[in-house]
Design a protein around this ligand. Structure first.
Ligand SMILES: Nc1ncnc2c1ncn2[C@@H]1O[C@H](COP(=O)(O)OP(=O)(O)OP(=O)(O)O)[C@@H](O)[C@H]1O
Ligand SMILES: [Mg+2]
Length: 355
């Protein structure tokens, strides 16, 4: 077993963000375990130490040129997975995807491939687009957002050809390619009065997705997983279901946004109960509203009432007004009832917010 000093050193270097020291200490631990004959443990330690190491050089950002420039918007996100507040299962699945890509040579030696076709499904404002950016940030890949609407409207009749250009780039220029809100295409696929362009794009998209997307990662997002059929779902290596935040996640997201303010007078139990049913984006925005107000009013302290007032404003902006009882006092709207259905073919769960 590692000594107490080694463990402290390991955790300290991680907490201080000293990646090199963390890696060295982890490798020392692995060597010590190997010497004791614990080969399997040593190998696992080495593997995770390597996986945690950020690749030294980021993939250079090649700005799309010519027609591609009208189809892809390129950026270099600095977002990390740690910035995204998600249910533990979801976070660890995303971390695993990063590890698989970082250690892809090891997988390939055994005839395996990292998962690189992801569908992120769930309600608005739950962190799907942010997660795509975080995956790019972790891998230090450029993020190429595919401008689907431009694809349909600007290139009528040539969409399959343009989509091929995008997938050629997927193969040649390593990056995270984000097809945001593909339900726009899927809706058209099932509607009887639209036999047009959107359906053709979706069918071509699925065909191209069937081919290997390596070395890039292709991420699609949707708010409406229920309209995606099996043919669509089976094309993805992983379907992840995003949900409204738990009370714990609400508190975490709000506290993060209020760093630098005195929040000792915030009753988080009351605030998070009040925020139930709002998305993470809403509670983050409400925290920003409260912070802005505090700055303008020159007060360093934010209390329960100030936070609830901001949440209330967010609710009414979203048209989800808080219920008011006969005496005019505030009552809490119960957390939205969640109906869970299984996605056939993938056996993964998608949560549908009941209306
Ligand atoms: N899980 C989360 N953790 C941290 N911040 C979040 C999270 N979800 C949303 N946010 C905040 O809300 C903003 C919008 O979130 P994002 O665009 O990722 O939502 P989305 O799920 O893609 O929504 P939509 O379906 O409307 O596209 C983010 O930039 C971030 O500030
Ligand atoms: Mg989004």
């Amino acid at each position: 077993m590692a000594s107490a000093q080694q463990l402290i050193g390991l955790i300290k270097s991680h907490a201080e963000g000293d990646e090199e020291r963390f890696f060295d200490l982890a490798m020392q631990l692995a060597a010590a375990e190997a010497q004791k004959g614990h080969q399997r443990l040593a190998e696992q330690l080495r593997q995770w130490a390597e996986a945690g190491k950020t690749p030294s050089k980021p993939t250079p950002l090649v700005a799309p040129r010519g027609d591609l420039a009208e189809l892809l918007s390129a950026s270099y996100p600095t977002t990390r997975l740690n910035d995204v507040i998600l249910a533990p299962g979801l976070s660890s699945e995303l971390s695993l995807v990063v590890t698989e890509t970082r250690l892809k040579e090891r997988l390939e030696e055994k005839g395996l491939r990292p998962r690189r076709r992801l569908l992120l499904a769930g309600p608005a404002g739950t962190g799907k687009t942010l997660s795509a950016a975080a995956l790019a940030g972790e891998l230090r890949y450029p993020l190429f957002a595919v401008l689907l609407h431009g694809l349909i409207t600007k290139f009528m009749g040539e969409t399959a050809q343009k989509l091929r250009m995008i997938f050629d780039s997927v193969r040649v220029t390593r990056g995270v390619y984000l097809f945001d809100e593909i339900d726009a295409l899927a809706a058209a696929r099932t509607s009887h009065n639209d036999v047009g362009e959107a359906r053709r794009i979706l069918n071509s998209f699925l065909q191209f997705l069937d081919e290997d997307t390596g070395p890039s990662m292709v991420i699609a997002t949707t708010n409406l997983p229920q309209i995606l059929d099996r043919a669509i779902l089976r094309r993805f290596d992983l379907v992840l279901s995003f949900e409204f935040p738990t009370e714990h996640a609400i508190e975490k997201a709000m506290r993060r946004r209020l760093v630098g303010f005195d929040v000792n007078k915030v009753d988080w139990g009351e605030v998070t109960r009040y925020a139930a049913g709002l998305s993470t984006a809403d509670v983050v925005a409400a925290s920003e509203d409260a912070a802005r107000k505090a700055v303008l009013e020159n007060v360093g302290e934010i209390d329960t009432n100030a936070v609830i007032a901001s949440l209330e404003r967010r609710r009414s902006l979203q048209g989800i007004g808080a219920d008011t009882n006969a005496e005019g006092s505030r009552t809490l709207r119960p957390r939205g009832h969640r109906e869970t259905k299984r996605i056939q073919g993938k056996g993964r769960r998608i949560n549908k917010e009941a209306k």
